[in-house]
Design a binder for this molecule. Structure first.
Ligand code: AMP
Ligand code: MG
Length: 432
């Protein structure tokens, strides 16, 4: 047996007929290295991409000591702290410092300048008093007691220091990171290339949009949900269409996909009673384990590598997902999504943020498998999170995914849920 299959099947607690969902995820993540290959992009094009090399700050940000408020700048040492009679400090106004237009002179003892937010602190100034608490009488500015030396100023390098990493490698470039790159005056960043995913649906009953719906046929929706989920994850998607349950057509599709993608995702053809040659073909073209994951929906799943030209040729990772539309989405979010994050060079953990909510309705559940029901979140009068299942939960009822804003995760060991019991929820907004 090859090393990959060994890794997939000889691991501790392995039972291919009832693999714990968490164990399956661990096995997948343990095998996948990030893709190699980088590209240089202009900062705006790099939104949502994964940084391949740390961004080192070429400058201090801010570059100068400056004012954090609109007010008056002075020497902190001039302020009279807590004078018992009045406690006020009287300073002479000698000019103004604007953001982008510094006050050129020096501020001496007993002097002050009007200073705007972001203006460079003039020589001598180390403290700013906000305008609202001061009084102006002619040339004299009157400062109330209770000020602290150094207040309302921002120090050079307070945000980012020259020569230090401003953003580490492996970070996704969200709007905040894009802003940091811009704040350093950097025009281009090096990011990892996108993960390339080829997908096709299998099934003689599948029609594509634009074709009339034949007797007994269904429109192929899996390629569309998969395209949507993959696109949102930032993948390059290669849609190979519907492939008939025909050995030659399937073999050609696997060969094409393995030649151009990092990952192949198929739907259908892996369940019991399916034309066995699909599974046989997958096994012939690479090293693939067929798992029955102890979960609902989405029990059957194939995972491994497709390497039609031999183990020393690149090939691609395979996720052979079940055919049912809800099972496709659930297995994608629970297994494929973290795998793609790992391939993309991101830390896939925590896989999905989750929290506890009070379930408003009872739910059937037998111990011994993990269930991912579709739920709708709410808040009760006390502001605590609640959740109720969407209606019909059949694995073909795609509407249950569309209406849901969370998964209700019923853990492997858990039994039935009573109304009012606490359950774990994964908000779809965090993953979808
Ligand atoms: P299978 O896993 O191939 O036995 O498919 C299980 C169920 O999912 C069947 O009812 C199929 O018709 C349905 N199905 C399979 N593939 C798709 C697809 N691409 N789009 C919509 N339904 C599908
Ligand atoms: Mg099928």
């Amino acid at each position: 047996m090859s090393s990959l299959l060994q890794a997939l099947s000889c691991a501790d607690n392995y039972d291919p007929n009832s693999l714990h969902a968490d164990r399956a995820r661990e096995l997948v993540l343990g095998l996948l290295p990030p893709v190699t290959g980088t590209e240089k992009l202009f900062v705006r094009q790099a939104l949502d991409r994964v940084l391949a090399a740390a961004v080192i700050s070429p400058i201090d940000v801010p570059a100068h000591d400056n004012s954090a408020m609109d007010g008056w700048g002075m020497r902190g040492a001039d302020l009279i702290a807590g004078d018992a009679t009045a406690g006020e400090t009287r300073l002479r106004n000698i000019g103004t410092a604007f953001a982008g237009r510094a006050y050129a002179g020096k501020v001496g003892a007993g002097e002050t300048v009007r200073i705007m937010t972001g203006a460079v602190l003039p020589e001598g100034v180390d403290t700013v008093v906000i305008q609202e608490v001061t009084r102006v009488e002619g040339d004299t500015v009157i400062i109330p007691p209770g000020q602290q030396c150094g207040q309302n100023t921002r120090r050079a390098g307070e945000d980012l220091q020259a020569g230090k990493p401003a953003i580490p490698a492996g970070r996704k470039l969200r709007p905040a990171e894009i802003g940091i790159v811009a704040s350093l005056g950097i025009a281009e960043v090096t990011v990892r290339r996108r993960v390339r995913v080829a997908l096709f649906s299998t099934g003689d009953e599948l029609c594509s949009i634009g074709e009339p719906l034949a007797e007994g046929a269904v429109y192929d929706s899996n390629r569309y949900t998969l395209w949507g989920m993959l696109t949102r994850l930032g993948c390059e998607v290669i849609d190979m269409g519907v492939v008939r349950d025909d050995p030659a057509a399937l073999e050609a599709a696997f060969r094409d996909a393995a030649g151009c993608a990092d990952v192949i995702i198929t739907s259908g053809g892996v369940s019991v009673g399916e034309a066995d040659f699909i599974k046989q073909l997958m096994a012939e073209l690479g090293e693939v384990a067929f798992w029955k994951i102890a979960m609902k929906p989405g029990r059957p799943m194939a995972f491994g590598r497709i390497q039609p030209d031999g183990a020393d040729r690149p090939g691609a990772w395979l996720f052979g997902l079940p055919g049912n539309p809800v099972a496709v989405m659930v297995t994608f979010y629970q297994f494929v999504r973290p795998a793609i994050l790992k391939l993309a060079g991101l830390d896939p953990l925590p896989v999905v943020p989750s929290f506890q909510a009070r379930c408003l309705e009872p739910m059937k559940k037998a111990p011994g498998r993990t269930e991912y029901q579709r739920g709708i979140l709410g808040r009760d009068a006390q502001g605590e999170w609640t959740v109720r299942p969407t209606g019909a939960q059949g694995s073909g009822v795609l509407r249950s995914m569309a209406e849901a804003d969370c998964f209700i995760v019923l853990e492997h060991e858990r039994g039935k849920v009573g109304a009012g019991d606490t359950v774990t929820v994964q908000p779809l907004a965090a993953i979808a």
